[in-house]
Design a binder for this molecule. Structure first.
Ligand code: UDP
Length: 291
């Protein structure tokens, strides 16, 4: 612990003692809290919408939410101003509500407007998609008109592999190639169905229909025991959310399909969930980040 920099990004309080690592500078970023304290954190991974940094304690990571948006396997790229702030907040809220009903998640706490502290897990390389209403690739693949309510919720698996375009796979592929075993899949299905029921009701309560969404799970090791926990994020980036009355889209499809008012849609979701400050994202800048 002696050479670990003080975790001064956890709270913008009195300037903590500043210490530098003895080793050569590593790739990271500088975080200024109220323009005073600075810490350098090691970047572990950069994805399309998030960056993972080394956490303050072993077994933890810091998940940073970017404004970058991609669609169609990163062929379409853009920036949705304020998205990172909103997704950080929305995902925090939903993960906390899910934890209240006993769903284990990687979420520990939100650190600031763009970052949250999470448990380090071994990500299972699957995108677990739940569908309640036909839309997106289900509609185009099977010719089922968008908006058709499905007789029952469907779970699909895609293999997380950008180079292959995250192909749809069956349970047979998942177990055959060892991405997860049957016990893991039993746990994933049980958790996914509970999450779907809970979130469907939660969103319906604020006038939003949960059409479909994507989850990711990870293995959390505690001593010799392993638990499957919900990981990644839950936000309008990976859910289809329609206004219950008008069916207006309130999610990333506004970006994918150039429908405009993307920021407004994400803000409206946060507002309906009761987690948007009065002044909107202008109030939610948090610490200033310098690359
Ligand atoms: N989804 C996601 N990441 C992906 C692919 C899909 O978060 O890489 C989400 C998407 O936002 C939607 C659901 O999973 O809520 C189902 O997406 P679909 O298979 O219809 O693919 P898409 O139409 O998004 O390409």
């Amino acid at each position: 612990m002696a050479d670990r920099p003080a975790p001064c990004y956890t709270a913008p309080v009195a300037a903590p003692v500043r210490r530098r690592r003895a080793c050569r500078p590593v790739r990271g970023r500088l975080l200024a809290v109220k323009g005073t304290a600075m810490a350098r954190r090691r970047q572990l991974y950069e994805g399309k919408a998030k960056i993972l940094f080394e956490g303050p304690e072993p077994g933890t990571l810091v998940q940073y939410f970017k404004d970058d948006a991609t669609a169609f396997n990163a062929q379409k790229k853009g920036v949705i101003t304020g998205k990172g702030v909103l997704n950080n907040r929305i995902s925090e809220y939903l993960m906390m509500r899910l934890a209240e009903i006993g769903i284990p998640t990687h979420f520990v706490r939100r650190l600031n407007m763009r970052e949250q502290l999470i448990r380090e897990v071994e990500i299972i390389p699957l995108e677990v998609v739940v569908r309640n209403i036909a839309a997106g690739s289900l509609s185009s693949r099977l010719g089922i008109p968008e908006g058709t309510r499905l007789p029952r919720s469907i779970i699909e698996y895609c293999y997380k592999n950008d180079a292959l375009g995250d192909p749809l796979v069956s349970e047979e592929h998942v177990t055959c190639f060892g991405w997860a075993n049957t016990q893991d899949l039993d746990d994933i299905v049980a958790l996914t169905l509970r999450i779907n029921d809970f979130l469907t009701g939660l969103f319906l309560g604020v006038g939003i229909t949960l059409v479909d969404f994507k989850l990711e799970f990870g293995r959390l090791w505690e001593n010799d025991e392993m638990r499957i926990v919900l990981a990644d994020e839950i936000s309008p980036d990976n859910c289809r959310l329609w206004d219950s009355k008008t069916n207006e889209k309130m999610d990333k499809d506004r970006f994918r399909r150039d429908l405009g008012k993307v920021e407004e849609a994400y803000q409206e979701v946060a507002k309906r969930l009761g987690i948007l400050p009065e002044a909107g994202t202008r109030d939610m800048k948090g610490p200033e980040t310098m690359q």
